[in-house]
Ligand binder design. Structure first.
Ligand code: SF4
Length: 864
């Protein structure tokens, strides 16, 4: 059994892995303080994603296999030549919160200390750089002053811009458990009614972008109601002149309610809950950070906590929760273009400190290009050599079309990744095979500053190597042999620990100097630990005078709906998928929760646009357009729509949310504003729709819309298109014994192809939109006995079958219809009762909010 950590989100759950060959049994680690044995659906099904399918196994130069030495030489020489000819700022690294801290450290050192530029930015820029900037403005250092235990000690938890139930499920389970045992009150502030709202005492569906107005209103109320902690303010907080005058403008209850589009009664209820519960944790995430006013939004939250003294005490803190497994490790290392190293900025004395520590010949002296600007400069030809590590910017950056143009014109693109074919690797001149999860060995830091070991479970696939090894080889090939003479991850960790304490003298809370001489054995056995026991408990902050700062913030001037782009697009995650699905997309279990990229739209808006559920809808912005399947949702505010971020060219012709947002960023943090893009929707009139179930994916699917997911033993491809379906059938069906029904008059086609007596593929096309449920046909790919031709063409068994509906609980394959009928028939009134009856929700627990929603909906329907 090997103890390691999950590959996905910033909760940083501990895992116990039992390995046999290349397979692994995954269980939550009861001793890990982040999760105490819990795992969500993604963590639980990690074992389905560790195969070698799709892996990049060897270095490649211009599409041809190469040796490591040739590949390293090519990268080192091209970067060195480019720097010689065009200067250090003509090259850049774009890295990832998926890297381990040791990988990050070596990349940051090479770029900032030896190449001499700070052009190293990370995809964490897209998810939490506003929190970094907000912390630094308020505390003098990027410190998250909270832990998960605070959530269990709080009397009130306010979740702002966070679909915690889907994006940080284990934290959500901890909140639910605390609520159960101690009655913690819960307020959710989010324009959408997500599953996170199911258990909330109050949901404030505010107007997008009005978070500063809401927090300013709350602060003004606290002042009026005598809730400010005057002593804490006097002793530990610096308040700029005029702060309170400016903070008071337009912040009365009625004005705030109008600005936020909330009812004054709901707003008053929130204020009252806040007043009654000094132990408050305000946890925020992408809804706050991913805004063109993200940094001000962060500081508006922190201002309230500082002014009321709700910081540095148990159960009282602002809490930014990160998206990626090691975004925090990257922050500690300084792997953002706007930070230097080890929580230091580019102040001359810091540059001198780091230069001396690294014995660096070419120190960067100023911040580098932040992600969106970086790719702009690549497109404009100013950055001429780019190395992308463990991320997929061709999908994930805003205005992804511009990013693709940039990559296509860049003279030299290197991609190190564990996946061979991503939307980004297609632009690479050199591909370098990196170790994947389960092969890497190093440390990660989770959202509560807890450093844990991620340990290797398997030998590295093919010729894959750890990212730190690849970077240090390039550094050495560029001539810095001594500075990059690392033999193992522990060497790098020790150096990182030494830098954190070097000339620190208490000026930076991030100090893990106690590990500066950690032995290899102790590093291997390292138990999870959080640095900075309870930050700011002594009222001392990391500023020159030791005081925190109240920061004046500006309310966002909200866009008026534009005639051509009258609706507002919000984007985000699905419960069971991760980023661009390169890993979670391999899991048939995880693919059950959402099989297609949906655009969620309020039913009244949909009716106005003539859109019905399941229609194909084109979502267009000035930047680009993409096609989604319509899902009608009362949880959407009128005029606002939501799409998922996960789908790429590899899985779908549509669902490409990355093509849509504007490349506008927060002026301080550089974080893009993904959450409010003006869009236009129009119904797409395909002549037919249908699906293909196949053991092997066809090379080409000539259809207007195709999107594919993994199923056991094959693939399920959803389709829509125009023209003769027979042309499609010819292109996508494999050779074999065919049975089929073709009704040309109705434009319907049903074909099954058998090979060696087993189903190889089935294609169902219809013009009336009525197709059979997919599950029975999908199961035939794994069936030991072949169904009859009649059954295959009907798409169901001759024996009576229960229609389970879409799968809600992926651990036990329990469908929505099964749950609803059990709730009704057995009068089940709680998630626990459903669990007892059907097992649903009793393993990872990710589906518990969905079950709760079904119980509530059923109750409401009964009373209607
Ligand atoms: S909450 Fe889920 S995805 Fe996040 S670390 Fe834990 S198991 Fe992994």
């Amino acid at each position: 059994m090997i103890r390691t950590t999950c590959a996905y989100c910033g909760v940083g759950c501990g895992i116990k892995a039992e390995v046999e060959g290349r397979s692994v049994k995954i269980a939550g680690d009861p001793e890990h303080p982040a999760n105490h044995g819990r795992l969500c659906s993604k963590g639980t099904h990690l074992g389905e994603t560790v195969g070698l399918e799709g892996r990049l196994l060897y270095p490649e130069i211009n599409g041809r296999r190469a040796t490591w030495s040739k590949a390293i030489e090519r990268v080192a020489k091209t970067f060195a030549d480019t720097v010689t000819r065009h200067g250090p700022d003509s090259v850049a690294f774009y890295v990832s919160g998926q890297l381990l801290t040791e990988d990050y450290y070596v990349a940051n050192k090479l770029m900032k200390g030896f190449i001499g530029s700070a052009n190293i930015d990370t995809n964490s820029r897209l998810c939490m750089s506003s929190a970094v900037a907000g912390h630094t403005r308020a505390f003098g250092e990027d410190v998250v002053p909270a832990s998960y235990e605070d959530l269990e000690q709080a009397d009130l938890i306010v979740l702002v811009g966070s679909n915690t139930a889907w994006c940080h499920p284990v934290v959500y389970q901890r909140i639910m458990a605390a609520r159960e045992t101690r009655g913690t009150r819960l307020v959710v502030i989010d324009p959408r009614r997500t599953e996170t709202c199911e258990e909330a005492d109050l949901h404030l569906a505010l107007r997008p972008g009005s978070d500063v107005a809401l927090m300013a209103g709350l602060l003004a109320h606290c002042r009026e109601a005598g809730l400010l902690d005057e002593r804490f303010l006097a002793d530990h907080v610096a308040t700029p002149d005029g702060f309170w005058n400016a903070a008071g403008e337009g912040t009365d209850l009625w004005s705030t309610a109008a600005a936020c589009d909330l009812s004054p009664a709901d707003l008053r209820a929130f204020y009252e809950l806040f007043a009654a519960n000094p132990r408050t944790v305000t946890m925020f995430s992408q809804g706050i950070n991913q805004s063109i006013r993200g940094t001000d939004q962060v500081n508006a939250i922190i201002n309230v906590h500082l002014a009321t003294g709700r910081i540095g005490n148990p159960g009282a803190a602002p809490f930014s929760i990160t998206g990626q497994p090691n975004a925090m490790g990257g922050r500690e290392v300084g792997g953002l273009a706007s930070t230097l190293a080890a929580h230091m900025d580019f102040a001359p004395e810091n540059v001198a400190t780091v230069k001396r520590f690294w014995a660096a010949p070419n120190m960067a002296t100023k911040p580098g290009l932040k992600a969106v600007d970086l790719f702009r400069q690549v497109r404009e030809g100013r950055v001429k050599a780019l190395w992308i590590m463990a991320t997929n910017p061709a999908v994930s950056l805003p205005d992804a079309g511009m990013v693709r143009e940039a990559l296509a014109t860049c003279p030299f693109v290197v991609v190190s990744d564990c996946i061979a074919d991503t939307d980004t690797t297609r632009f690479a001149h050199v591909k370098l095979p990196a170790a994947g999860w389960g092969e890497k060995d190093g440390t990660v830091t989770n959202s509560e500053r807890r450093i844990s070991r991620q340990r290797a479970l398997f030998p590295m696939a093919g010729e894959a190597r750890p990212d730190w090894w690849i970077v240090k080889e390039v550094g050495q090939a560029m001539g810095w042999t001594e500075a990059f003479a690392y033999e193992r991850a522990a060497d790098i960790y020790r150096e990182h620990a030494r830098l954190s304490t070097y000339r620190n003298q208490g000026t930076r809370l991030f100090d893990i100097g106690y590990h500066a001489a950690i032995s290899n054995q102790a590093y291997d056995a390292l138990e999870p630990f959080a640095w900075g026991a309870r930050p700011f408990a002594d009222g001392r902050f990391s500023t020159p005078d030791g005081k925190a700062r109240l920061v004046p913030v500006k309310q966002m001037v909200l866009d008026k709906p534009l005639a051509k782009w009258p609706m507002t697009l919000n984007t985000g995650r699905y419960r069971d998928q991760w980023h661009t699905m390169t890993r979670t997309g391999l899991s048939p279990k995880l693919s059950q929760h959402r099989r297609e990229p949906l655009v969620e739209i309020h039913p009244t808006d949909a009716a106005d646009l003539g859109i019905a559920a399941d229609d194909l809808v084109r979502v267009a912005t000035p930047q680009g357009e993409s096609v989604f399947r319509a899902s009608l949702s009362e949880g959407q505010r009128r005029g606002e729509v939501f799409t998922p971020i996960h789908w790429t060219d590899r899985q779908s012709t549509g669902g490409r949310s990355g093509l849509l947002p504007r490349p506008l960023v927060d002026p301080i943090s550089g974080q893009p504003g993904f959450k409010s893009t003006p869009v236009r929707l129009e119904k797409l009139a395909g002549e037919w729709r249908g699906f293909l179930i196949a053991r092997d994916l066809p090379d080409v699917v000539p259809a207007l819309y195709t999107t594919r997911v993994r199923v056991p033993q094959g693939w399920l491809v959803e389709l829509a298109g125009e023209g003769d379906p027979a042309t499609l059938a010819k292109a996508v069906l494999p050779k074999g014994e065919r049975v089929e029904i073709i009704d040309r008059a109705r434009g319907a086609l049903r074909t099954a192809v058998l090979r060696d007596g087993q189903l190889a593929a089935a294609l169902f096309i219809t013009r009336d939109g009525r197709t059979p449920a997919r599950e029975w046909l999908v199961a035939q790919l794994s069936a030991t006995e072949t169904a009859s031709s009649t059954e295959l063409l009907a798409g169901r068994s001759a024996a009576p079958q229960v229609d389970r509906g879409p799968i809600v609980c992926v651990c036990f394959d329990v469908g929505l219809k099964t749950i609803l009928s059990a709730i009704t028939a057995q009068s089940l009134m709680s998630v626990e009762a459903v669990g007892q009856a059907l097992s649903a929700g009793t393993n990872c627990g990710s589906c518990r909010p969905a079950i709760q929603r079904l119980i509530v909906q059923n109750k409401e329907a009964a009373h209607a």
